[in-house]
Design a protein around this ligand. Structure first.
Ligand SMILES: Nc1ncnc2c1ncn2[C@@H]1O[C@H](COP(=O)(O)OP(=O)(O)O)[C@@H](O)[C@H]1O
Ligand SMILES: [Mg+2]
Length: 522
């Protein structure tokens, strides 16, 4: 017997090692056991709270079809046997497992004809089984289910046979709990994959706008325009105060265009001295000017097939304005110091925080160039005109900065949020971003608070100066009078622009064109 036992355990281990399905495993087990005990069927039930459910079954001479569910298998078996299919799930009190819950020992029904203690015995008896031995399946001292060996003959088991089945049950228990863990992992993995794909869709959805955050209607209007214009090759002129997201809009247009695979080349027209900007934009030939030691490819060439983003376009000198006009009209240019005409296919996106019409009126910007640029204007509204974007932006920046600084911010203080919504944000979203950055760094708990000193509110005592054009005061004096009242402040609800009933950008350019020094009023 000991050799036989070793043989059976080995065969069982072999079957497990072959990674058979659970019902094949039971088949292999039954075959291995047949040399010392005969059984006609084996079933495994699992404990789930107050119930036990069928997990697996094997019937001798009755193979499970590939891919057949346990339920279909049991139904098929029952219909061939011309019996009622047994329930796949029943209360623990109707099953010998209720005995094993008290003590983890085998339960034997040696003659079902004379005694059927449990309700679960009835369908077994009807299916012509006459005896069985049911053994607990234990995992780390916990009862997880039972394995039942059924016979069509009345039964009697020797102690040795019971001990053998006990050892078999131990191995089966390991195998079952591995299978369960595997199934759990598999379903978790499927769920994870699903979540991942949803997340990825989310990422795609968001990256369309390159993290342009906001829910206000005016921002949605901008997003809708981006969507429309991106697909064309039209020149776009983006206007809006500093920090409103003009560059972000330019990127979004490029990303959404058929040119997205090619470069987006940015030129800041204000950052370069006038003498260098031509060479920057158009390139130069070797020796074109002192210091031009090498031939240089300009930004328009680099942007060929892609997009060129001309930021702060209002700052271009009159000469460059002429050259740019030619590029826009003819799609060609020459390098500085060269006479070969170079063709370019670069889509132009320009941006400015000035009112270009005012610049034209003041004689600083060419009207024909303005028309060429203004093919598709996009006006990005200042933050104070879309206060409903503030909560989402604050959330977004706070979460991003918290992640970067390893902090946890769970809430924004209500008062701080309303203070932010009252504030005029002359620096717009860039300023908001900076304020949030400072607050996150300073934050001690999980609640984000904004120090009111970061949001200087204008004194409400400033007297409104009526707009009195042509009542003696000339325009310059009138603006200066208002600036004196507002201490040089142009923007915001208490700023000079609001007093004069003008868009701040318009007033700003009037101030510049009249040569008023607003900082003198501070
Ligand atoms: N709607 C927005 N959502 C998220 N970040 C924004 C948004 N608008 C602007 N920003 C951020 O604010 C800063 C200023 O934007 P930018 O495009 O450089 O403004 P502009 O070119 O108009 O001065 C950038 O860091 C930008 O990423
Ligand atoms: Mg900018």
């Amino acid at each position: 017997m000991p050799e036989k036992k070793a043989q059976i355990i080995l065969e069982l281990a072999q079957a497990i090692g072959d990674q058979l399905g659970m019902s094949e495993l039971l088949g292999a087990l039954n075959a291995a056991l047949s040399s010392c005990i005969h059984f006609d069927a084996i079933t495994i039930m699992l404990l789930e709270g107050d119930t036990v459910s069928s997990y697996c079954a094997h019937a001798e001479g009755f193979a499970r079809l590939p891919g057949e569910s346990l339920e279909a298998f049991v139904d098929r078996y029952a219909s061939i046997m011309k019996v009622q299919p047994p329930p796949l799930k029943l209360s623990v009190s109707h099953h010998p497992i209720s005995e094993m819950m008290k003590s983890a020992t085998p339960y034997m029904a040696l003659d079902l004809e004379s005694e059927r203690r449990f309700e679960s015995d009835e369908p077994l008896f009807n299916a012509q089984f006459r005896s069985y031995i049911d053994l607990p399946l234990m995992k780390q001292g916990q009862l997880i289910g039972t394995i039942k060996f059924l016979s069509k003959e009345k039964g009697s088991y020797t102690d040795t046979q019971i001990r053998l089945l006990h050892d078999v049950a131990k191995i089966v228990a390991i195998s079952v709990s591995n299978a369960l863990a595997y199934e759990e992992i598999k379903s978790l993995k499927e769920q994870l994959l699903l979540e991942n794909s949803v997340l990825q869709e989310d990422i795609v959805q968001r990256s369309i706008y390159e993290e342009i955050v906001g829910s206000s209607t005016s921002l949605h209007r901008v997003l809708a325009t981006i969507e429309k214009v991106a697909q064309t090759d039209s020149t776009v002129l983006i206007t809006g105060e500093t920090g409103t997201g003009k560059e972000l809009v330019a990127h979004a247009i490029h990303r959404r265009s058929s040119r997205s695979e090619r470069a987006l080349v940015k030129v800041n027209c204000a950052a370069l001295p006038a003498e260098l900007i031509a060479s920057e934009l158009f390139g130069h030939e070797k020796g074109a000017f002192t210091g031009a030691l090498q031939q240089r490819v300009g930004r328009f060439e680099a942007a060929n097939g892609g997009t060129i983003f001309l930021d702060e376009i209002a700052e271009l000198s009159p000469e460059i304005q002429v050259s740019l006009l030619r590029v826009l009209q003819e799609k060609e240019f020459e390098r500085v110091g060269g006479n070969r005409t170079i063709k370019t296919d670069a889509r132009v996106i320009a941006a400015t925080n000035k009112n270009l019409r005012d610049e034209v009126n003041a004689g600083r910007f060419r009207l024909d160039l303005f028309y060429r640029l203004n093919v598709f204007p996009i006006q990005v509204p200042p933050l104070r005109e879309r206060v409903t974007d503030i909560p989402v932006l604050v959330d977004y920046f706070a979460a991003r900065l918290a992640r970067r600084t390893g902090k946890k911010i769970s809430q924004i203080e209500k008062q701080s949020l309303s203070a932010m919504q009252r504030y005029a944000w002359p620096g717009n979203i860039r300023e908001l971003q900076n304020v949030i950055e400072r607050c996150v760094i300073l934050a001690e708990g999980e609640i984000l608070r904004v120090d009111p000193a970061m949001l200087p509110q204008e004194e409400p005592s400033v007297v409104r100066v009526p707009v009195l054009t042509g009542v003696g005061l000339d325009r310059k004096a009138q603006i200066e009078a208002v600036l004196r009242q507002t201490r040089g402040k142009v923007y915001g609800p208490q700023g000079a622009a609001a007093h004069l009933g003008l868009p701040a950008t318009t007033l700003d350019s009037q101030i510049r064109s009249l040569g008023i020094k607003k900082h003198h009023f501070k």
